[in-house]
Ligand binder design. Structure first.
Ligand SMILES: *[C@@H]1O[C@H](CO)[C@@H](O)[C@H](O)[C@H]1NC(C)=O
Ligand SMILES: *[C@@H]1O[C@H](CO)[C@@H](O)[C@H](O)[C@H]1NC(C)=O
Ligand SMILES: *[C@@H]1O[C@H](CO)[C@@H](O)[C@H](O)[C@H]1NC(C)=O
Length: 386
């Protein structure tokens, strides 16, 4: 892993410190010096002998460390939106088509904005206390949110109305998931339960899990057909959910990652990690990833979860979000780092900008990546700038 303290680089004569760390080898340190900035705005960088600048543009930097045979790409934000929220931005999503964004903050704040210029479009008011999570339905015109007030709400992004509020949880909502097109949605809570809701009828279909420990994150996906999800218990839920059962992942505070049949409500696997699980997501019908409070990212094969396929540990900072992207996935952590791990784990793209403030969430649309951070900024990156 190559780390750059990049803050001073934009200034003429600026200097940055670089370190490169490979497990089991001594860490190498060096510097990058800026000797001026071209008319196009590209800094002229010279690296100390341990490092090489392979490529540089206005927004990106590719440097290598020949001695340790590794390289990394750094991408600066294309635009930063600092005026959407005045406090930390805790969750973000973008609509299909990439036109609208939605984000959450403290004190009931939930906002819809234009992804191109950050212009505010709607204030969705109705939650009390902090709003923890938000996401667009696949249609891109309906939004699902959950807050500390234990309410799950469905909103129209077009007129800002809230036609449906689900009540039943006895603690703050920590995450949500949408089943298929969104007739049914899921929520998980500090109260230790995950609930399945019917949007059309505004009712709770089932308490899908009751873990006795807060559920920090959830994700629903299609499971590989070799996995036995158990047989459905109740006919009602089968009809509501559809004919094909889904696999539900629960990231639990008690250090367990659970896989559960959504219809059968039977535990399919239970994986014990090194600390509380904060987040989990599907990479495919076979592979999943989950992140813990002490910085571990486990990649698991759902057909055999006895041992992880790989464990990634870059720092002890909490893993706050995981987002599949093409053949890899984005990771954001509590130390301000946010990066894309590609299939082979060798080529990492680092998103720069936040200093040491936690990056809570990543949302993507095609080559556009949005992040939200405790420093109150929503940052937009263009992978096409690389
Ligand atoms: C450096 O990495 C390349 C590609 O990953 C590999 O082919 C090569 O053998 C490595 N060289 C050393 C000295 O480890
Ligand atoms: C966002 O703003 C741009 C520029 O003003 C405009 O062209 C675009 O239609 C807006 N998009 C949405 C979804 O409102
Ligand atoms: C929280 O929101 C309410 C309603 O919008 C407002 O009246 C109050 O001043 C806000 N409190 C803080 C601390 O911002």
């Amino acid at each position: 892993m190559i780390v750059i303290f990049i803050c001073l680089l934009r200034q003429n004569e600026g200097e940055a410190w670089v370190s490169c760390k490979i497990p089991g080898k001594p860490t190498l340190y060096g510097t990058l010096k800026c000797h001026g900035i071209s008319d196009e705005g590209v800094p002229d960088l010279v690296a100390s002998e341990e490092f090489r600048v392979l490529e540089i543009s206005k927004k990106s930097l590719h440097i290598s460390c020949p001695e340790l045979n590794t390289s990394a790409k750094f991408l600066a934000p294309h635009t930063s939106f600092g005026q959407i929220h005045d406090k930390s931005v805790t969750c973000i999503d973008v609509s299909c088509g990439g036109g609208l964004g939605v984000s959450t903050s403290t004190n009931g704040t939930l906002k819809v904005w234009n992804c191109t210029n950050g212009e505010k479009r709607r204030d969705l008011s109705g939650h009390i206390y902090d709003v923890n999570c938000c996401r667009f339905f696949p249609s891109g015109v309906v939004i699902l949110s959950g807050g500390m007030d234990a309410q799950v709400k469905v909103w129209s992004a077009e007129d800002g109305s809230c036609p449906v509020t689900f009540k039943g949880h006895k603690g703050g909502i920590l995450d949500t998931a949408i089943v298929d097109k969104g007739r049914n949605v899921l929520s998980c809570s500090r109260d230790g339960t995950a609930r399945l809701w019917d949007c059309g009828k505004s009712t709770c279909l089932a308490v899908v899990a009751d873990c006795g420990s807060p559920i920090n994150g959830c994700s629903v996906g299609v499971a590989d057909n070799t996995i036995n999800l158990g047989s459905p218990e109740e006919m009602t839920s089968e009809r509501e959910v559809g004919t094909e059962d889904k696999l539900l992942l629960l990231a639990r505070e008690d250090k367990k990652l659970e896989g559960r049949g959504l219809q059968s409500r039977q535990c399919v696997f239970l994986f014990e990690g090194s600390d509380a699980f904060n987040c989990c997501t599907f990479l495919s019908s076979v592979y999943i990833v989950a992140g813990t409070q002490n910085g571990n990212i486990y990649k698991l094969d759902t057909r055999n979860t006895r041992a992880p396929v790989t464990t990634i540990h870059r720092s002890g900072a909490p893993v706050l979000s995981l987002m599949p992207y093409q053949e890899g996935f984005f990771v954001s952590q509590g130390d301000g780092s946010c990066y894309l791990i590609q299939q082979d784990f060798d080529h990492v793209i680092e998103l720069t900008g936040p200093d040491i403030d936690p990056v809570y969430k990543v949302a993507t649309w095609e080559k556009c990546v949005f992040t939200c951070c405790r420093d109150g900024y929503i940052r937009k990156y263009q992978l096409s700038d690389l």
